[in-house]
Write a protein that binds this ligand. Structure first.
Ligand code: MG
Length: 248
């Protein structure tokens, strides 16, 4: 069931989104060679709690961290730990915050020091595919219009969208209906209505769409071993077009 939010609820979601975006920005600035993913996670948890919010991911399905931190060939759901970030790594951070009963959810991939042109292109294409998906999130369109906007742009650039994991509705629950796949056909799927709030989150692999989950039950890596990038915003569908709720 898709839950439509009232204008008051959208204001609450904007606050949750703001904290989520601020902490993502802060964490991104801290991505440097020599830093561990656990240090990033601690910084993230401290900031979120300092705002009177709670990390959405902490304990979700038993997840141990406050953020998912995924490096290079890791796509999503990397568990923060003692891994040290190296020069040239690309580091995807996915983080959400809940306050006053509503969640924000967002992600970005950050460069640690100098990265290769190929890694930079992957990040640029993934970020732009999110922008294209957001632009397609107009009231009256359908979920498939978002999916197609993301997929077609990614594939035109020679990369592959992950199919095993998808975006989602977000609100008083971190994951709500509808699913928002990063692949699909235009004019298909649920109709976008004002008051819908969704997380659009392309996960893009350099080579091949396949992914697998490691023995820890969380960390998801590319089948091919290639790099992967991930960008996400929580947005609201409104009569005046899509509004990004995860803005610092
Ligand atoms: Mg999400």
């Amino acid at each position: 069931m898709i839950v439509l939010k009232t204008s008051n609820e959208l204001r609450l979601m904007q606050r949750a989104g703001q904290i989520s975006a601020q902490v993502l920005q802060l964490a991104g600035q801290a991505v440097k060679p020599g830093v561990t993913t656990l240090e990033l996670d601690q910084l993230i948890e401290k900031f979120i709690r300092s705002q009177g919010a709670v990390p959405s991911f902490k304990g979700y399905g038993g997840f141990p961290g406050s953020a998912c931190i995924s490096i290079n060939n890791e796509v999503i759901h990397g568990i923060p730990g003692h891994r040290v970030i190296q020069e040239g790594d690309i580091v995807s951070i996915d983080v959400g915050a809940v306050i006053d009963g509503f969640h924000g959810d967002n992600a970005s991939t950050f460069a640690a020091g100098e990265i290769t042109p190929a890694a930079q292109k992957l990040m640029d294409v993934t970020r732009e595919s999110l922008n294209r998906g957001i632009q397609a999130a107009q009231a009256g369109n359908r979920i498939g219009d978002i999916s197609w906007a993301v997929q077609s742009y990614v594939e035109e650039n020679g990369f592959a969208v992950v199919r095993q994991f998808v975006g989602h509705g977000v609100g008083s629950n971190l994951h709500e209906d509808p699913e928002v796949p990063n692949f699909g056909k235009p004019h298909r799927g649920p109709r976008l209505m004002p008051g819908m709030t969704i997380a659009i989150e392309p996960m893009v692999n350099e080579t091949g769409a396949g992914v697998r989950v490691l023995q820890d039950g969380w960390t998801t890596v590319t089948q091919s071993g290639s790099l992967s990038a991930h960008f996400e915003h929580t947005i609201a569908i409104t009569d005046n077009g899509p509004v990004i709720l995860t803005q610092p």
